[in-house]
Design a protein around this ligand. Structure first.
Ligand SMILES: *Cc1c(COP(=O)(O)O)cnc(C)c1O
Length: 369
């Protein structure tokens, strides 16, 4: 099918750009690591929610996947992914039971910041006859989940290490807010501080006699700084495959260029009302494109700005050349935030040039439990 025949709204992947992104991250990480072994890649599936994309990442060297929810882990494992880390705390007894059961089929990891949670995970694994990989989460950036860097991590590491059905792996250390800092210097400094906290925590755990082999974390905005920090053994980048408007706005400092990834995810939409010269109404509102990080950006339409979105309507303000837009014209929008946009769609329409090459389900859509 030609792209022009694809009905709207639809979620598009530009396969050429997507494939370049898939290849570029491991290449950059290997380059930046120099003579050292580069951090392994464990991409974050909260971005794509698709075992198909997870397998493509594995073909580019990914050793496993991250996800945020037990439901996402179940979809990945059912889709044949053999190593999944839930980069989150799992506390509800029903979810802990599901996670322990899932470990029959794949290697499953989870994060903790509480001793009672360690005991609950151990008991669930004893019942299920399985073993979980457990990481102590250290809050190296935003005070979200995780203990403060320093001595609070030690009793947790010891308790996991002493549990019959758990395997202590190391630290989850993700600085989320650093990823979108605008300048490379701000990002470098934030990551240096995060690395210092994680390094000191690891030293305390090892001084207590517990091996702390893995430091996992990292994201699209800081992958370069996290690689040169020589601390992280795994990077969890998610958005690099698609990019989005928010990541498009940050700079890498080389001639003011942006991140080394290309926009590969778009919402395909069309003009459904064109009654005033300065206004076009699109059939994609905030049920088709996430707007919590800002409005989407129209592609190849100079003079057009997306002003706002209602459920099913998007407002385009038109100036200059963009006023040529007619009723029924189709166009692409770059979402401001890729992950929640993906979660609004059942399918990816994967196009190469102007031809549809594949249609992939967003298999873990809505798996927020
Ligand atoms: C979202 C997230 C990532 C990936 O971040 P990107 O900015 O999409 O690369 C990695 N790790 C954790 C824990 C996350 O929540």
């Amino acid at each position: 099918m030609h792209l022009s025949e694809v009905d709207t709204p639809a979620l598009l992947i530009d396969l050429d750009a997507f494939e370049r992104n898939l290849a570029r991250l491991p290449t950059i990480v290997a380059e930046k690591a120099g003579n050292r072994p580069p951090p392994r890649l464990r991409p974050h599936a909260k971005t794509h929610k698709s075992p198909i994309i997870a397998h493509l990442q594995a073909a580019h060297g990914a050793i496993g996947q991250c996800c945020q929810k037990v439901g996402e882990a179940e979809v990945l494992v059912a889709g044949g992914i053999r190593d999944v880390l839930v980069t989150n705390q799992v506390v509800a007894p029903s979810k802990i039971a599901r996670l322990a059961a899932l470990a029959r089929f794949a290697r499953i990891g989870v994060c903790v910041d509480d001793l009672t949670n360690v005991a609950a995970l151990d008991a669930a694994c004893a019942r299920a006859g399985t073993r979980l990989d457990v990481y102590v989460e250290v809050a190296v950036g935003l005070a979200r989940c995780g203990v403060a860097p320093g001595p609070d991590a030690v009793p947790l590491a010891r308790a996991i290490d002493a549990s019959a059905h758990l395997r202590f792996m190391g630290l989850q250390a993700y600085h989320g807010t650093a990823q979108h800092l605008r300048t490379p210097d701000e990002r470098r400094d934030a990551i240096a501080k995060a690395a210092e906290g994680a390094r000191a925590t690891r030293a305390l755990i090892e001084a207590a006699g517990v091996a702390c082999a893995t430091i996992t974390g990292g994201g699209t905005g800081c992958h370069d700084h996290e690689t040169v920090a020589d601390l992280w053994t795994e990077l969890q980048c998610g958005s690099y495959i698609f990019m989005d408007g928010s990541y498009g706005a940050i700079r890498d400092g080389v001639g003011g260029a942006g991140l080394p990834f290309e926009h590969a995810l778009f919402v395909w939409t069309q003009v459904m009302s064109r009654v005033a010269p300065e206004r076009a109404i699109l059939d994609a509102g905030h049920k088709a494109v996430a707007i919590e990080s800002g409005m989407p950006t129209p592609v190849d339409l100079p003079g057009a700005t997306c002003l706002r979105c209602a459920d099913e309507h998007g407002w385009l303000a038109l100036e200059g050349e963009s006023r040529r837009l007619k009723l029924g014209d189709k166009l692409r929008l770059i979402p401001a935030h890729c992950d929640p946009t993906v979660n609004l769609h059942d399918w990816y329409v994967a196009v190469r040039g102007d031809l549809v090459e594949a249609v992939w389900p967003v298999a873990a859509r809505g798996a927020v439990f």
